[in-house]
Design a protein around this ligand. Structure first.
Ligand code: ATP
Length: 801
C-alpha cells in the first residue's frame, strides 16, 4: 500500500501532485501505516487484502461516500466508515499563514543590533499604523455613507415624483419600470465590479477575514483592488435596493486597510514607501488586520468596544494586552473620524456625537421587568428558529449556485434578476398592503402617499421606499399604530426570502441590516400584538422590534459577546444589555441545534480548513502518529542546490525539517531545525551558495530585510533562473532555518497538538521520536481534518485538490 487513503498526502497525490521519486534520500517509515490503522481500520482491513495501487474518492451513492480501490485485476467498492457529504470535503488549495517567529541567526543578529530607540521607534510605528487604520477606515465609512445618501436621494426623488404622478394618471407600470431600471443599473455596476474586478469582494467578507485571522491564506482577500471593488460595489448594491447592508463590508474594508497600510507599500502598483518594513510578516500583519476589522465594526455601528470584541471573538488566535489596547485605539479613532467628517458634512463641525453608519436612534425609555425578560427569551427562540431557517435556505441556494451559477454571465444575470425581483416585490407590497399613517410621525424623507388619504402616507412604503438602515430606525421608533400586524407579516416573509436569496449573489453585501430589518418587523408585530392584549403593560412596540432584531441577527450569525456589545453600543443604553444578552444567547442555542451560523456555514461550503477554537472531542486518545504525515521530506544542513530545486519542484510542501545523520530504513535523521519553502526560494534567488566556505557570509552579508523585501509575493521555484554551475553548488541551511521550532514527541495527543497549533498560530509542527529523529510532520491542515460528529465521536474529513 503506497498511498494510504484519507490522508492529506494522498489528497495531494489525488490532486495531481507528483510523488517524490524513490531515488531521493528519504526515510522509509512504519509510522504511516500506524497512523492509518488508527482511523481507517475498516479500510485497512480491506486494503491489506488487495494489492492496491491507487485510490480515489468516488461518487456519492445514497448519501454515503463510497471509495474505489483499483488494483491490477479490477475494482472494489466499499463503504467508508462514515458517510461523507459533499460539503464535508476540505480543499487542499488553501495555504496557511505562519504566525510563528522564525528565530534564526539572522533574526538573532537583528534583535541584537537593535538599540532601545529602535525598539521604541517600532512600537511608535505600531501605534501610528493603528492610528492611520482608524482614520482611513473612518474616512472610507464616511465616503460610503455620503455616496449612498446622495445616490439614494436621486433615486427616491425621481421615483417618488413618478409614483405621485402615476397614481393620478394611471401609469403605475412606468413607475415600476423606473424602479426596476434603477435597481438593475446600480446592481449591474456592483456585480460587474465584483465579477470582473475582484470576485473575492463578493459578500460581506466576514468569513474570509475570519479565515485569515484563523491562519488561512485566502487569495487576494486583503489586496487594494479588493478594497476598491468592495467599497464601490457595496454602495451600488445598497442604492440598487438589494436586501443588503454596508456594515459587513466595512469590516472587510477595515481589514484590507490594516493589511495594506502596515506594509508601507502597494505591491500591485509596485509602489514601496520603504517604511514599516519590520511589519512585513504574517504575524504582524495579522495584528493590523485585527485592528482594521475592529475599526470597521466601530465605524459601521458606532461601537468601538464591540469592534475590539469582534476581533477577539471572530479571529485572533493570539491575543495580548498591548494588542487589545492598540485595537481599541484603532476602533476609537475610526468612530471619531467618521463622527468628525459627518459633523462637517452636516454643517455641525463641532458635533462629534454622530454615531456609526447605522444608528438605532435614541430610545426614550427602555424599561423591562421579569415578564418582559421571559417574553424576550421566547423571542430568542423564534429568532433562533427563523435564523436556522434562513441559514438552511441559504445553504441550499449556495450549493445550487456552486453547481449551476458558475459562469460570469450567470453570476451577473443572477444579480440583476435579484435586483429586479426585489423592485417588483417591493412595488407589489406597497401597492397591495394599504395601511396608512399620518404624515409627520416618521423621519422618512420621501413619504409615498399611494392610495392613502391626504395627510397620510403608506406605511409599507416607509419600509421599502428608503434604505434598509432607515427602515430599521422606522420600525424601532415609529409611534404605536403606525404599522399593522398583517402589514408586518406581509413584509417579513417575502423580505426574508429575498434576503436569503441575496446573500451569496456576486455583489458586496452585508447581512446585518437585512437581518435586523426582518427581526425588527416581526418583533414589532409581537409588540403590537401584546399592546393590543395588554395595552397598559406593553406600551412600546419599538422595544420588541429591537429585541426581534437582535434575535433574528443572533439566530443567523450566532455571534455572542461582540454582538451583544455592538447592539448595546448602537442603542446607547447599557441597562438594556441584559435582555439583549439573554435573547442572543437563546437564539444561538436554538440555532446551533439545527446547524452552524451563516459565516461558518459559508466557510464549510468553501471547504476551507478552518481550525475551531477547541480540539474535537475524544481527541485526547489519538496520538501524533495518527495525525502526522510520514515519511517526511527532509533536507540536510549543508544541502546541494540541485536537490533543493528538485524537492521544491516535486513536493507541494511549504516546510522541511533540516536533519543530520543518515536516512534509511528505521533511521530518519536527527532533527536540527525547520526551513520554509519561501526561505529556500529567497536564498536560491539571492544565490547564497557558500559551498561550505566559512567566510562566505562575511563577504556576502544578508539580513532579514532581504527576505522581507519579497514578502508576501515570493517567486515560485519555476521563476528562479539558476545555471548548471549554480545547481552544483551547496547552501548552508543552518543560518536560515529556525533552529528551535515547536515540535512534539510522537506520543503526544491530538488534543495537545491542536491547542499548540491553534494557540500559537503554527503552520508546521515536527514530530520526533525519543531519539530526536524526525518521524512525522503535522500541519494545520492535518488538524483541520478532525471534527467531532453530532454524537461526539471523532471523524476525519477528506481533502480535495
Ligand atoms: P500549507 O499548504 O498549509 O501552507 P504545507 O504545504 O507545508 O503547508 P500542507 O499543505 O498542510 O503543508 O501539507 C499537506 C500534507 O503534506 C500534510 O498531510 C502534511 O502533513 C504533509 N507534509 C507537509 N510537509 C511535509 C514534508 N516536509 N514531508 C512530508 N509530508 C509533509
Amino acid at each position: 500500500l503506497n498511498n494510504p487513503s484519507g490522508t492529506a498526502a494522498s489528497a495531494a497525490a489525488a490532486a495531481g501532485v507528483p510523488a517524490a521519486s524513490s531515488s531521493r534520500p528519504r526515510a522509509t517509515s512504519d509510522y504511516g501505516s500506524i497512523r492509518a490503522s488508527a482511523l481507517h481500520q475498516a479500510r485497512l482491513r480491506i486494503e491489506s487484502d488487495v494489492d492496491c495501487v491507487s485510490y480515489a474518492p468516488d461518487v456519492t451513492v445514497e448519501g454515503t461516500e463510497r471509495q474505489r480501490l483499483v488494483d491490477n485485476s479490477g475494482e472494489w467498492y466499499f463503504e467508508s466508515q462514515h458517510a461523507v457529504s459533499g460539503e464535508e470535503l476540505l480543499s487542499a488549495k488553501f495555504e496557511s499563514l505562519d504566525y510563528d517567529t522564525c528565530e534564526n541567526s539572522l533574526w538573532a543578529a537583528e534583535d541584537q543590533s537593535r538599540t532601545v530607540w529602535d525598539l521604541r521607534r517600532i512600537e511608535l510605528c505600531r501605534w501610528l499604523v493603528h492610528l492611520l487604520i482608524g482614520v482611513v477606515t473612518g474616512a472610507i465609512a464616511f465616503f460610503i455613507d455620503v455616496c449612498i445618501e446622495q445616490l439614494a436621494k436621486v433615486k427616491y426623488r425621481y421615483m417618488k415624483s413618478m409614483l405621485d404622478r402615476c397614481i393620478f394618471h394611471d401609469c403605475l407600470i412606468y413607475a415600476l419600470l423606473l424602479w426596476i431600471a434603477f435597481n438593475f443599473i446600480f446592481v449591474l455596476i456592483a456585480s460587474c465590479l465584483t465579477v470582473f474586478g475582484e470576485p473575492v469582494a463578493a459578500g460581506s467578507g466576514i468569513p474570509q477575514i475570519k479565515c485569515f485571522l484563523n491562519g488561512i491564506q485566502v487569495p487576494r482577500v486583503v489586496r487594494l483592488r479588493t478594497l476598491v471593488c468592495k467599497v464601490l460595489g457595496v454602495l451600488f448594491s445598497v442604492v440598487g435596493g438589494l436586501a443588503v447592508g454596508k456594515e459587513g463590508p466595512m469590516i472587510h474594508s477595515g481589514s484590507v486597510v490594516g493589511a495594506g497600510l502596515s506594509q508601507g507599500r502597494a505591491a500591485s502598483f509596485k509602489f514601496d514607501l520603504g517604511i514599516f518594513e519590520y511589519f512585513r510578516t504574517d504575524a504582524e500583519k495579522r495584528d493590523f488586520v485585527s485592528g482594521g476589522a475592529a475599526a470597521g465594526v466601530a465605524a459601521a455601528f458606532g461601537a468601538p468596544v464591540g469592534g475590539v470584541l469582534f476581533a477577539l471573538e471572530e479571529g485572533a488566535s493570539f491575543w495580548n494586552q498591548g494588542l487589545t489596547w492598540r485595537i481599541f485605539f484603532s476602533s476609537m479613532t475610526s468612530s471619531f473620524t467618521l463622527a468628525f467628517l459627518l459633523g462637517f458634512y452636516r454643517g455641525i463641525p463641532n458635533d462629534l456625537s454622530n454615531p456609526g453608519l447605522i444608528s438605532f436612534g435614541k430610545f426614550d425609555k427602555l424599561d423591562y421587568d421579569l415578564l418582559h425578560l421571559a417574553i424576550f427569551a421566547c423571542m430568542g427562540v423564534v429568532g433562533g428558529l427563523s435564523g436556522a431557517l434562513f441559514n438552511t435556505l441559504n445553504e441550499h441556494l449556495t450549493k445550487f449556485r456552486h453547481r449551476y451559477v458558475t459562469s460570469k454571465l450567470g453570476q451577473l444575470t443572477e444579480a440583476v434578476l435579484v435586483a429586479s425581483i426585489t423592485a417588483v416585490t417591493s412595488f407589489v407590497l406597497i401597492y397591495t398592503v394599504r395601511s396608512c399613517q399620518p404624515l409627520g410621525s416618521d423621519q422618512m424623507e420621501y413619504p409615498v402617499q399611494m392610495y392613502c388619504p391626504d395627510g397620510k402616507f403608506s406605511s409599507m412604503a416607509a419600509l421599502l421606499f428608503q434604505t434598509p438602515e432607515a427602515a430599521v430606525r422606522s420600525l424601532l421608533h415609529d409611534p404605536v399604530g403606525t404599522y399593522s400586524v398583517t402589514g408586518l407579516i406581509a413584509f417579513c416573509l417575502p423580505y426574508l426570502l429575498i434576503a436569503t436569496w441575496t446573500y451569496g449573489v456576486m455583489v458586496p453585501s452585508g447581512l446585518f441590516i437585512p437581518s435586523l430589518l426582518i427581526g425588527a418587523a416581526w418583533g414589532r408585530g409581537v409588540g403590537i400584538g401584546l399592546n393590543l392584549l395588554f395595552p397598559t403593560h406593553f406600551t412600546d412596540p419599538g422595544k420588541f422590534a429591537l429585541i426581534g432584531a437582535a434575535a433574528q441577527l443572533g439566530g443567523i450569525v450566532r455571534m455572542t459577546i461582540s454582538l451583544s456589545v455592538i447592539l448595546i453600543e448602537a442603542t446607547g443604553n447599557v441597562l438594556f444589555g441584559l435582555p439583549i444578552m439573554v435573547v442572543l444567547m437563546v437564539a444561538k442555542w436554538v440555532g446551533d441545534y439545527f446547524g452552524t451560523g451563516i459565516y461558518d456555514m459559508h466557510i464549510e461550503l468553501a471547504s476551507v480548513p478552518l481550525l475551531p477554537w477547541e480540539p474535537p472531542s475524544r481527541s485526547a486518545a489519538v496520538s501524533a502518529q495518527a495525525v502526522m504525515s510520514s515519511p517526511v521530506t527532509c533536507l540536510y544542513r549543508q544541502e546541494r542546490v540541485s536537490r533543493i530545486v528538485e524537492i521544491l519542484r516535486a513536493e507541494p510542501h511549504n516546510g522541511f525539517p533540516v536533519v543530520s545523520g543518515d536516512l534509511g530504513p528505521g533511521t530518519f535523521g536527527t532533527f536540527e531545525g525547520l526551513v520554509t519553502r519561501n526561505q529556500l526560494i529567497c536564498l536560491l534567488d539571492m544565490r547564497l551558495f557558500d559551498d561550505g566556505d566559512p567566510n562566505f557570509h562575511l563577504e556576502n552579508p544578508v539580513s532579514l530585510s532581504d527576505f522581507r523585501r519579497v514578502y508576501p509575493r515570493f517567486p515560485s521555484v519555476r521563476q528562479l533562473q539558476l545555471s548548471e554551475a549554480d545547481l552544483m553548488k551547496s547552501v548552508d541551511l543552518g543560518r536560515y532555518m529556525n533552529p528551535a521550532p515547536y515540535m512534539v514527541l510522537h506520543t503526544c495527543s491530538l488534543a495537545r497538538i491542536f491547542r499548540l497549533v491553534r494557540g500559537l498560530g503554527l503552520r508546521h509542527l515536527v514530530v520526533i521520536d525519543h531519539r530526536n529523529q524526525v518521524v512525522g510532520m503535522v500541519t494545520r491542515k492535518d488538524l483541520a481534518r478532525f471534527r467531532a460528529t453530532h454524537t461526539g465521536d471523532l471523524k476525519e474529513l477528506q481533502f480535495t485538490g
